[in-house]
Ligand binder design. Structure first.
Ligand code: IMP
Ligand code: MG
Length: 196
């Protein structure tokens, strides 16, 4: 696997900026949900780092849950509009105050489908908290209650977000230089062929 240094274009959001903004969102959520039965639902896998940092900044009692949907296949960088639930909740959300925790909203198809699917289960409220918003790419309108950062139309990775399933561990958000990334993939492919 190539080092991210081989294809990063720039660090878009530093670790410090992420933590500062997440602390602010945590304070807002703490204030807005005081006295309510708050349930954070993390959409796997991209939202996982955001969830674990965010929940430490929310000082009211709350529960967490996970669900997984698939919208991007390996190698694909476009949402298809076809969203499939691959892991459902283990809990009843009726009358509970649900806040969906997402890594990024791009076309909006994923979060829109999740909202439709969960709203029929009659939660007390259902809102969206996303770390990143690529507004320019939006194809369907989605209501966003909390947003960390609006970002330009670039493919990003790190802090939970992947490129072909890797690099989620990086503590910052980086923008990829796709030409350089594809070159590293071609090199890898040639190496495998030479080894065979
Ligand atoms: P949407 O359905 O187009 O809004 O896509 C949402 C999902 O696509 C996110 O939850 C991410 O998993 C993935 N995604 C969108 N843009 C990026 C990106 O720039 N980097 C990594 N994953 C992305
Ligand atoms: Mg995601």
């Amino acid at each position: 696997m190539s080092d991210y240094q081989d294809f990063i274009e720039e660090v878009l959001i530093s670790e410090e900026s992420l933590h500062a903004r997440i602390a602010e969102i945590g304070r807002e959520i703490t204030r807005d949900y005081a006295g309510k039965d708050l349930l954070l639902i993390c959409i796997l896998r991209g939202g996982v780092m955001f969830l674990t940092d965010l929940m430490r900044k929310i000082t009211i009692p709350h529960a967490i849950e996970f669900m997984a949907v698939s919208s991007y296949g390996v190698g694909g960088r476009e949402s298809t509009g076809q969203v499939r639930i691959t892991l459902d909740l283990n809990t009843d959300i009726r009358d509970r105050h649900v806040l969906l925790v997402e890594d990024i909203i791009d076309s909006g198809f994923t979060i829109k489908s999740v909202l439709e699917l969960l709203s029929v289960r009659k939660p007390g409220s259902l809102k969206v908290c996303t770390l990143l918003d690529k507004t320019e790419r939006r194809e369907v309108e989605v209501p966003i209650e909390y947003c960390g950062f609006c970002i330009p139309n670039k493919f990003v990775f790190g802090y939970g977000l992947d490129i072909d399933d890797y690099y989620r561990n990086l503590p910052f958000i980086g923008a990829v230089n796709l030409d350089k990334y594809l070159a590293t993939q071609t090199r890898k492919q040639l190496d495998t062929e030479n080894d065979a």
